[in-house]
Design a protein around this ligand. Structure first.
Ligand SMILES: Nc1ncnc2c1ncn2[C@@H]1O[C@H](COP(=O)(O)OP(=O)(O)OP(=O)(O)O)[C@@H](O)[C@H]1O
Length: 853
């Protein structure tokens, strides 16, 4: 059996409790890693792998990182999905008998990382926990360890919905039970989601205050999350707020695919936020406000009263231009109160953090003043609800210096006058020089030596220096010789030695005392955390509402109104993001009117005419209205929508590598099974991933189903012109088209939505635009006329035949190459071809002709 040194035995014992983490074992100024940890970490972190004699036959692999720069390394590991256990020396090595005591003081995991470059101030960093309540229903709890926000929700719709929810909340780590661990193992790999097992739940008596707002069936999931966070963080979690639960019926629910399709928070292309609704709306000036805005976009409301309350504040802020600007200037000086409160609770708050807290609190009376003076009811109410946290501000003003350094052990953190003992010590060290100067004077008088001086060096401390020529003339019996130089002697006296000890000690003691006082203050501040958090929440909302008002003013938004029915009326609505992105060109506003009797629209029109833009615009107006913001339109009378479903574009499916058509069908299925008559459905080009007949048949049957069974407000767009005939059959359906016109032989997109179905020949016009040879255009026109003369009618519900077209005979007199070109052309889906693709096809066709000549 291998016998290791006692230190290595200690290491192995500790490591055995943290098998799934890298153990950072503190050794002097370094954190060392051993064995497999060392081998793996040296590769991931690109640091040198060495080895160490550990009493065994073979040397043990080892690598290490300096204590002061460990944060970066820890972050790298954690951001790659690993866990890091920090093992510190928990007794003074000087006092230790045998091996210094060590303990793991924190387990840093992907979901609990609190700071560093990977943590974006304007985003929440949630860790979540999930449990299965029944076959298709899960409970989900998630909290942000850095800010203390804690929420819960119920996820319906099976494991796929759960995964979607995790993606949309950007969860990196999920705390699970064994059963769920097995179920989620595979999908978690695809999503780089770390699954952490937690077998216990925080006992009732400890978790009571956190879960008191929750319905019974959410207790377990919240308690197991709390247990995990407490177990890994091993310190005060006093800043964790009680879990919130919002009944789903109070919220406008949008599944994560639809959020992505509508580009609410993420753009479809991935990457930065440019082009998203968030990008347009975010004029917040605090990190807290930025996070609050994201939360609002994640969960728009479906409660008219709450929405109208928000809108009323925005209206008042819009009216009060000066107040709004003043408020925004003040908010710029408010730091991230939530994360500061988190650090206070966590015990890693520094002097500079407290100065930031103080600076932020000093703004509150001014913010309050502005709100109260505005004379507007909603703003005054908000003002009255702000807690100035006077005691905290006073305490911090008394305790902390104006510009404390980052480090808390180097002094200059605690202000003079805060503590008597500290003042004395500081007096002693600061006034040391005065005292020395006085002593110099005194000694000169006593000895009569005019150039006697007192100096200081690190080795000998303070000394009295007398030049050799003077030594003989003076009575130096009180002096003790310390050092002889070429032309001078250096002495010390009892008095000087005593004073020296006082001065140097005072310095050391004052630093130590300052640190103690700081720690004490930090403890004292903990009791105020809930008040700071409540204030933070109000301030962040104010920041968001000011941002709404700014954006509404800048982009000429108007206030929407709501009613209890289903009718939706938008006059001259705009897609705010497309409008912002258009250079010079004017955005063409469009109406969208859905009534109780006509609440489905079938939109036709050529490629690039603006069909998707129109559909998205309607959804974005609904979202904006239901987060409590004004909307880009001249008039908007809206119903309260309960859910939005979209089937737009061909975004990749993150959860499983499914074919585009399968994704389309899954999304449609999800919409159709979950939508209610209060929902909004957007189906863009449904059925185009499969053959024409197949696709058209599916599109028609879905429309019929929605029409007859669901009754939701629905916008459909299609390239299957044949579907427009459905207007005759479905009473609530109306045709609209996005118009285009021809000018000088070219297609001009008007982007204007008009009543009725589109003219079908725009595909040919687009081909013209792409400068296809005249012969092709003419031939296509002839073929089109032939198709038109054989136009099929949509099939009756009970007689769904798939052969809607009859074959078109090809003329016989053409050459082989010409025949081939025409066949290709015939098969081409011109409506589904972009101008660039058209040019490519054209090139190919031309090559076919040339090569066969
Ligand atoms: N109302 C509008 N005013 C001005 N420009 C618009 C408008 N609507 C759309 N556009 C412009 O037209 C482009 C194409 O719009 P969109 O993608 O909605 O077309 P589409 O008809 O859905 O095309 P496709 O059928 O190829 O998907 C937009 O990127 C935008 O630049």
């Amino acid at each position: 059996m291998t016998t290791y040194t006692p230190m290595m035995q200690q290491y192995l014992t500790i490591k055995s409790e943290y098998e799934d983490a890298f153990l950072f074992y503190r050794l002097g100024d370094f954190y060392e890693l051993f064995f497999e940890d060392a081998v793996n970490a040296s590769q991931i972190l690109e640091i040198t792998l060495t080895s160490r004699d550990a009493g065994s036959k073979d040397r043990v692999p080892m690598c290490g990182v300096p204590h002061h720069s460990a944060q970066n390394y820890i972050e790298t590991l954690v951001s790659k999905g690993y866990k890091v256990a920090i093992c510190e020396q928990t007794e003074d090595p000087k006092q230790a008998k045998g091996v210094v005591k060590r303990e793991v003081v924190q387990l840093i995991t992907p979901g609990t990382l609190m700071e560093g470059k990977t943590i974006d101030g304007k985003s929440n960093h949630f860790i979540a926990s999930a449990e299965q309540l029944s076959e298709h229903i899960f409970s989900l709890a998630y909290l942000d360890v850095s800010t203390g926000e804690a929420n819960t929700t119920i996820v319906e719709g099976g494991i796929k919905s759960l995964l979607q929810q995790l993606i949309s909340l950007n969860i990196r780590e999920l705390v699970v039970t064994e059963q769920l661990q097995i179920l989620l193992e595979e999908p978690a790999k695809h999503l780089s989601l770390v699954l952490s097992l937690e077998k216990e739940e925080m006992p009732n008596e400890k978790s009571g205050q956190y879960i008191e707002n929750l319905p019974e069936n959410l207790h377990a999931v919240a308690r197991s999350l709390l247990q995990y966070v407490e177990r890994t963080q091993m310190r005060s979690l006093s800043h964790i707020q009680p879990f919130t639960y919002t009944e789903t019926k109070q919220l406008l629910r949008i599944d994560s695919n639809s959020k992505r399709n509508l580009e609410l928070l993420q753009s479809i292309r991935g990457g930065d936020q440019k082009g998203t609704l968030l990008w347009l709306l975010d004029e917040t000036v605090t990190a807290m406000g930025g996070r609050k805005l994201k939360q609002m976009l994640h969960q728009p409301l479906a409660n008219q009263t709450l929405i109208e309350q928000r809108l009323a504040i925005v209206t008042d802020l819009l009216d009060e231009f000066f107040v709004r600007d003043e408020l925004q200037e003040l908010l710029k000086k408010v730091y991230d109160l939530e994360r500061l409160a988190g650090r206070v609770a966590f015990g890693n708050v520094g002097g500079r953090d407290l100065a930031q807290l103080r600076e932020s609190l000093r703004q509150v009376p001014f913010i309050k003043g502005q709100l109260l003076q505005s004379g507007k009811e909603t703003l005054m109410q908000l003002g009255n609800s702000l807690d100035e946290c006077v005691e905290i501000e006073e305490l911090l003003s008394r305790a902390i210096t104006d510009h404390p350094p980052i480090a808390i052990k180097e002094g200059d953190v605690i202000r003079d006058g805060y503590n008597e003992k500290l003042d004395e010590l500081r007096y002693a060290s600061r006034n040391g020089k005065d005292w020395i100067a006085q002593l110099e004077q005194k000694e000169r008088e006593i000895t009569g030596i005019k150039n006697l001086k007192i100096g200081y060096n690190r080795v000998f401390g303070y000394y009295i220096e007398i030049t050799k020529s003077n030594v003989a003339n003076a009575d130096l019996t009180r002096y003790e010789r310390k050092q002889t130089l070429a032309n001078a002697e250096r002495y010390i006296t009892e008095e000087l030695k005593e004073k020296e000890a006082i001065i140097l000690n005072a310095e050391e003691q004052s630093l130590a005392l300052e640190y103690d006082l700081f720690v004490e203050l930090r403890e004292q501040l903990k009791e105020y955390i809930p008040r700071v958090q409540a204030l933070a929440s109000k301030i962040s909302e104010l920041d968001v509402f000011i941002s709404f008002a700014h954006v509404s003013e800048k982009y000429r938004f108007i206030k929407p109104t709501f009613h209890e029915g289903r009718a939706l009326k938008i006059v001259n609505g705009r897609h705010p993001v497309v409008e912002k992105m258009l250079n010079k060109q004017m955005y063409v506003p469009n109406d969208c009117v859905l009534t109780e009797d006509k609440n489905m629209m079938l939109i036709t029109g050529p490629n690039m005419s603006g069909k998707s833009t129109f559909m998205r615009q309607v959804a974005l107006i609904v979202v904006l209205a239901q987060i409590g913001c004004y909307v880009p339109a001249e008039e908007a009378e809206l119903p309260i929508i309960d859910q939005i479903f979209t089937r737009i574009g061909a975004a990749d499916d993150l959860v499983a590598g499914q074919s585009t058509f399968m994704v389309e069908m899954l999304e449609s299925q999800h919409a159709i099974t979950n939508a209610t008559e209060k929902s909004l459905l957007l189906f863009d080009e449904i059925g185009r991933g499969t053959s024409t007949y197949d696709g058209m048949a599916l599109a028609q049957s879905m429309m019929e189903y929605i029409h007859d069974k669901i009754g939701a407000n629905t916008l459909f767009s299609t390239h299957y012109h044949e579907l427009t005939a459905l207007e005759q059959q479905l009473a609530k359906l109306k045709n609209v088209h996005v118009s285009a016109t021809e000018k000088d032989g070219k297609v001009v997109f008007l982007h204007k939505v008009r009543e009725g179905a589109a003219d079908k020949s725009y595909g040919v016009h687009v081909a013209k635009l792409a400068e296809m040879p005249d012969a092709i255009i003419e031939r296509a026109q002839t073929l089109l006329e032939q198709f038109e003369s054989k136009e099929p009618t949509p099939v009756a519900e009970d007689d769904l035949q798939l052969s809607l077209f009859e074959e078109v005979n090809q003329p016989a007199e053409l050459s082989g190459a010409e025949q081939e070109v025409l066949e290709k052309l015939e098969k081409m889906n011109i409506m589904g071809t972009s101008p660039i693709q058209a040019i490519n096809v054209l090139y190919e066709l031309q090559q076919t002709l040339l090569s066969k000549k």
